[in-house]
Design a protein around this ligand. Structure first.
Ligand code: IMP
Length: 197
């Protein structure tokens, strides 16, 4: 295998996957290079969404494809925002609006607000199809801190740290993130079980 497609237009995800796969001589391509059909993320789980994305792009390009789907799971909110993380306040809402809604909802719950980030990552080629996951546990704080990262990062304090994800550098976050863990597992599976790399 010399080429893999990552079913995303997100440059940060592409950079992260390149760091893992390029030392093995594999080129990582993204959807910035292809005209692809729009994929409606209507699954009830992260797994359903990531597999749907990987399948759709594999069927379209014929090349081995990786996709991911991630979000925030808050214990006191029965798992919300979950698969609705990107559009928690409303379809097309900004990160600030989603964060505001989250804090509003948590007002009636006592601290600590335990939460985790969850990422499902899927791989599809003509013979194989599988999904793995990665998690990052922590808690939601009530005042945003830091300006790096995106999404709920300013409100998320990873377990064992006194800085939010938005107060960390990209390198620090990439060492502990749900997505980094899922991508690393996916790579291991391709190497150890499927002997594809
Ligand atoms: P995606 O599936 O990676 O596009 O993530 C969906 C949504 O989950 C994002 O729009 C964010 O709201 C949230 N999310 C996922 N990963 C992260 C993260 O690492 N930090 C902060 N928010 C995240």
């Amino acid at each position: 295998m010399t080429d893999i497609i990552l079913a995303t237009k997100n440059q940060n995800k592409v950079r992260e996957l390149k760091r893992l796969f390029e030392p093995l001589g594999i080129r990582v391509h993204s959807l910035l290079e292809f005209e692809t059909p729009e994929i409606i993320e209507d699954g009830k789980t992260f797994e359903e969404n990531s597999l749907k994305k990987a399948r759709t792009i594999f069927n379209f390009t014929g090349k081995p494809t990786i996709a991911d789907d991630s979000g925030l799971i808050v214990e006191q909110l029965n798992g919300e925002p979950g698969v609705y993380s990107a559009r928690y306040a409303y379809e097309g809402a900004s990160d600030e609006e989603n964060n505001k809604k989250l804090l509003e909802k948590l007002k009636k719950h006592p601290q600590p607000h335990f939460a985790k980030f969850y990422c499902a990552a899927s791989y599809v080629d003509s013979n194989n199809s599988f999904t793995v996951s990665g998690e990052l546990e922590g808690q939601i704080i009530e005042t945003p801190r830091g300006s790096n990262g995106f999404g709920y990062d300013p409100l998320f304090l990873p377990e064992g740290y006194n800085r939010t994800l938005a107060q960390m550098t990209v390198e620090e976050k990439n060492k502990i993130s749900h997505r980094a863990k899922a991508f690393a597992k996916l790579k291991e599976k391709l190497i150890d079980e499927l002997k594809l790399l």
